[in-house]
Write a protein that binds this ligand. Structure first.
Ligand SMILES: [Zn+2]
Length: 264
């Protein structure tokens, strides 16, 4: 499958997802219309015309749905996906999703995971072509090297949602809603200074950013080695932040999230 990250606003990513066989496509989280429509025109120049048939929204925040109306209108899109509980909060929403539902974009299978925490209606879209060719759009729940702020949920909810994502095939590539990787990994190095995987991920991210490239697309298996929000059992992280050995994963996650909120 083809995935084109589209830089929007100051640090958001929308995505163009294309089925290579049918050329049917979807736009994930159109933050604003202009960069999305421009990226689409550029892609058509390179890969031939695609037919955008759907908008996939990961959650209701304006920096993820702000382009829905104009993009849908310009491209004649009638399928706009979001969680059922976000009805009324996602402009143009036509499809009301629940955990485990699935649909197709051309021959790509899209499966829905409900991952509340950042917002109560947050969803992830797991897209598979073949078992070894899978990606997940995680919105503001799982970032490369980090996780989103807990606005509408609580730490146990976020912990359960992140755990659900870690159960995906380790080769699944993560495409998230913001370019926060370098700041996330700076925090990861602070809480787990002896983790070599963090150092390697930081070097890789620095190189990509220097070349003006996005850092998205790391795998779930990669994330498990350096993302502190997926490493709540790490003795070093617990020691750095004074989290008791007996604390649950959800409790540890809450402390790590609080520490990140105050980290400069
Ligand atoms: Zn958000």
């Amino acid at each position: 499958m083809v995935i084109v990250p589209i830089a929007c606003l100051s640090d958001n990513y929308a995505y163009l997802l294309v089925c290579p066989e049918t050329k049917e496509a979807a736009i994930v989280d159109p933050s604003e219309p202009d960069p999305v429509l421009r990226a689409l025109a550029e892609n058509d120049g390179r890969n031939g015309d695609v037919k955008v048939v759907a908008i996939l929204d990961t959650h209701h925040h304006h920096d993820h749905v702000g382009g829905n109306v104009e993009v849908a209108k310009s491209l004649g899109i009638t399928r706009v996906y979001g969680h059922a509980s976000d009805k009324g909060r996602i402009p143009e929403q036509s499809e009301l999703l629940e955990e485990g539902m699935s649909f197709t974009i051309g021959s790509l299978l899209v499966r829905v995971l409900h991952i509340p925490g950042h917002t109560t209606g947050a969803v992830a879209y797991v897209v598979t072509r073949e078992p070894h060719d899978a990606v997940v759009f995680t919105g503001d729940t799982l970032f490369i090297g980090g996780c989103g702020r807990i606005f509408e949920g609580d730490p146990p909810m976020m912990h359960a949602s992140l755990t659900k994502l870690t159960k995906l095939d380790g080769r699944t590539q993560v495409y998230c809603g913001h370019e926060y990787t370098e700041a996330n990994l700076r925090f990861a190095a602070h809480v787990e200074p002896s983790n070599q995987a963090v150092a390697q991920a930081r070097a890789r991210a620095a190189e990509l950013r220097k070349a003006g490239k996005p850092t998205v697309g790391a795998t779930i298996a990669d994330e498990l080695t350096y993302n502190p929000f997926l490493r709540v059992t790490s003795p070093e992280i617990r020691k750095t932040l004074g989290i008791a050995e007996s604390a649950s994963g959800a409790e540890a996650l809450g402390v790590i999230r609080e520490a990140k909120n105050g980290f400069k």
